[in-house]
Design a binder for this molecule. Structure first.
Ligand code: ATP
Length: 318
């Protein structure tokens, strides 16, 4: 029986704009997403039963059907019942390295890894767009996590346009260990606070979202200009998260004082990242942040931009 080991990288949002409400009840978004090399490791193998089993040593990760990786396996079993019957059940082992409920798409990237891994394990030969279509049924960030890299995401986040990869940029990620922010809460609070200024016509929603393609953030990426990227970081969700969680603003200010190119909350938080144009600068920012905010609760990680999404680390036949 074959097994696969896969790397599932986290993402950060370099840009996140909320345009309005879509007819399907989701928000219309305009985002620029970036993969980073902080990654979970996912092991996938067939079982000689007809069940889906999930193991993860991290106490906060659900091991049942609520786990997005479990849902990815269940979706594949439903879509490809012949393969599920032929290859048997599925065991998923998650080595969790991405902080949880942190705005880093930890659950989404695990789900993307299960889709990619089962495509290989069951020898389905799915295309990237078929995998992304399946991914969009699981969550808004899952399609991006398949191919990763640097991309514009519009719609709910599932309409992707790849951008040239930005090499040699680093981030320091800061997260207060017990500060978890619910994505659903952040978007609902945003709607309650700013819904009256939403774009409403279907036509305007699409054209406002499409404007991100010619935005100054995208220009900065195309021109490989780290300083402009640092200047153009933007996240609408800070408007509701910062008033409720002042630690987020303190952490941004700490990173800015430490001398990075720019600092921003990722997704719905609670991670704040500091953009740096060398590993040395990132190490200095990490050290300075440690000195300026000497809280035992603050976890700091150093990561690098990567052009990779889900990657096979190894495969074995036993
Ligand atoms: P996003 O950036 O996509 O909104 P996030 O990074 O903020 O996501 P996750 O780490 O995915 O958040 O965790 C959000 C919640 O999802 C957790 O509290 C957890 O209960 C649940 N969850 C489901 N599957 C997973 C998984 N594989 N890994 C981590 N959390 C998971």
């Amino acid at each position: 029986m074959r097994s696969y080991s896969l790397a599932a990288p986290a993402k950060i949002n370099l840009y996140l704009e909320i345009i309005g409400d879509r007819p399907d009840g989701y928000h219309e978004l305009a985002m620029v997403l970036q993969s980073i090399d902080l990654a979970d490791k996912i092991e996938l193998r067939s079982l000689s039963t007809d069940t889906i089993r999930l193991r993860c040593a991290h106490p906060q990760v659900p091991k049942d059907r609520t786990n997005l990786a479990y849902q990815a396996a269940a979706l594949m079993a439903a879509e490809f019942p012949d393969s599920f019957a032929q290859f048997g059940g599925i065991e998923i082992i998650i080595d969790k390295r991405i902080p949880i409920a942190a705005g880093l798409a930890g659950g989404s990237t695990d789900a993307a890894a299960v889709l990619v891994g089962l495509d290989l394990l069951w020898q389905l030969g799915l295309t990237q767009s078929q995998l992304e279509e399946l991914a969009s049924q699981l969550g808004s960030d899952v399609p991006f996590c398949i191919a990763g890299g640097t991309a514009i995401a519009t719609g709910r986040g599932e309409m992707l346009s790849p951008l040239p990869s930005v090499d040699n940029l680093f981030v320091v990620l800061g997260k207060y260990r017990h500060l978890d922010i619910s994505t659903a809460w952040a978007y609902q609070t945003y709607r309650a606070s700013f819904g009256n200024s939403y774009v409403t016509s279907k036509q305007d929603l699409k054209s406002r979202a499409a404007a991100v393609h010619s935005s100054s953030m995208v220009q900065a990426i195309i021109h490989e200009d780290p300083h402009q990227i640092g200047q153009r970081l933007h996240n609408d969700l800070e408007r509701v998260v910062i008033p409720a969680y002042p630690q987020i603003l303190q952490l941004k200010e700490t990173f800015q004082q430490a001398g990075c190119l720019g600092a921003m909350m990722s997704g719905s938080g609670s991670t704040v990242f500091a953009l740096c144009d060398s590993q040395k600068q990132a190490q200095l920012v990490q050290q300075q942040a440690r000195d300026l905010a000497p809280s035992k609760e603050l976890d700091l990680f150093l990561a690098r931009f990567t052009s990779s999404g889900i990657q096979v680390l190894s495969s074995t036949r036993d």
